[in-house]
Design a protein around this ligand. Structure first.
Ligand SMILES: C[S@@+](CC[C@H](N)C(=O)[O-])C[C@H]1O[C@@H](n2cnc3c(N)ncnc32)[C@H](O)[C@@H]1O
Length: 385
């Protein structure tokens, strides 16, 4: 096996279970990409990884002890991931990249169908090894690949979308707590469903009372709005994606629920609702897409969030609840609190922090990988004295 040697001091990263080393953190690297033994500057073995100088992160570490990256290794990782998701129901994230010890691989389970994303050069190169292990460990009816994410483009990899294995129906039936969403595989977002908001959707459903008004902004297929409607609330969903709203509509019809829909850009729709003097809402949910992919985009994104929040506060009933999510790593808990404080000050509203939640257990947050805390939701209540 070829080897890479970390520069003095850099081995600490790997010793502390961080699964990557940049090219400038290496004192020695082999001539060709491939599986490598990762060594400290003193030559002690730290683990096994994959070296590729064309990757954003030159060494991706998969094992923190010596050993091959073979089918048995990946089989063990998949079995462990599966065991940890026992009891989570038929639809969940089965593999969450580095947080499951598999940097560059995401696998979502939708009943008998797996949807996979391969996000880095290492996992792409090792496809012939891990894919049979995944099939053996999970015995799926079919596997669909959705490797069309930006991370992949940054690695210099081409998109790969299509059936990888077995039989995959054109429309996935995604079940969440009794709601059945018919998700067309061609729907362009994520692996098809935002599984990571399941716990917040459960929280909302437990809080909503019949007759209340709920505004679900950036609704996608209406996971929040449909649960509110199921509790007897009036629900209004806003999204710019017409196809996703079509799924919402079909899901509502299937379950005999009513959700009003506004297709359009969030800011524009919120302004229109205010201009129409729409009655206030007891819950306003804001779950925007990833607004920041690079640190330099942060100030502009924060200004944007303050603007959206100000409108949301104007639409919020007295003692109503405001839910603000961020799936951008760079917009962390502190940034969420800051934008909420700025918007509240502008609007003269006093707010109480009810909870600050993070990505659920099937999207694990590893202490050693700060990037694995990506989803934060601030739940605020209007709190006039
Ligand atoms: C993180 S997803 C929301 C997930 C959803 N809350 C759920 O529980 O499934 C973000 C959504 O925002 C929508 N979106 C992105 N930019 C938008 C904009 N400017 N105005 C309205 N919707 C937008 C996307 O179409 C996507 O459905």
């Amino acid at each position: 096996m070829q080897r890479v040697v970390a520069k003095p001091g850099k081995e600490k990263k790997v010793r502390n279970f961080y699964p990557g080393l940049f090219a400038d953190e290496l004192a020695e690297a082999p001539p060709n990409p491939g599986v490598v033994r990762v060594c400290s500057s003193q030559g002690e073995p730290l683990g096994t990884g994959y070296y590729d100088p064309q990757s954003r992160v030159a060494v991706r570490v998969y094992r923190f002890e010596e050993g091959p990256l073979d089918r048995a290794f990946f089989f063990g990782r998949f079995q462990r991931a599966q065991k940890r998701r026992a009891g989570l129901g038929p639809c969940h994230r089965l593999v969450h990249a580095e947080a499951d010890g598999l940097p560059g691989l995401v696998v979502d389970r939708f009943g008998g169908v797996l949807v996979v994303q391969v996000r880095n050069r290492a996992m792409e190169a090792l496809r012939g090894v891990w894919l049979p292990a995944l099939i053996e460990a999970t015995q799926p009816g079919g596997i669909y690949e959705r490797s069309d994410v930006e991370a992949r483009r940054l690695e210099g990899l081409e998109e790969r979308v299509g059936v990888l294995y077995g039989v995959v129906p054109p429309v996935l039936e995604v079940e969440e707590d009794g709601l059945l969403f018919p998700i067309p595989l061609a729907l362009a977002q994520k692996t098809g469903f935002y599984l990571d908001q399941r716990e917040n959707r459960q929280r909302l459903e437990a809080m909503v009372r019949p007759g209340e008004r709920v505004l679900d902004v950036y609704s996608y297929v209406g996971g929040f709005a449909l649960r509110a409607a199921r509790q007897g609330a009036y629900a209004l969903a806003v999204d710019k994606d017409l196809e996703a709203l079509g799924v919402l509509d079909r899901t509502a019809a299937r379950h005999g629920l009513r959700v009003d829909i506004h297709q359009g850009e969030a800011l524009t729709v919120l302004k229109r609702l205010l201009a129409q003097k729409t009655p206030p809402f007891h819950h306003v949910l804001l779950d925007p897409p990833t607004l920041v992919k690079r640190p330099e985009e942060l100030p502009r994104a924060k200004r944007h969030l303050v603007e959206v929040l100000r409108l949301a506060l104007r639409l919020l009933a007295q003692e109503g609840w405001l839910w603000l999510s961020s799936c951008s790593y760079y917009i962390g808990p502190e940034e969420l609190l800051e934008v909420a404080r700025r918007a509240a000050a502008d609007e003269g509203r006093r707010l109480r922090v009810h909870a600050l939640t993070h990505n659920p257990p099937d999207h694990p947050w590893s202490l050693h990988v700060p990037e694995s805390l990506y989803l934060k939701t601030l739940i605020l209540q209007d709190d006039p004295l």
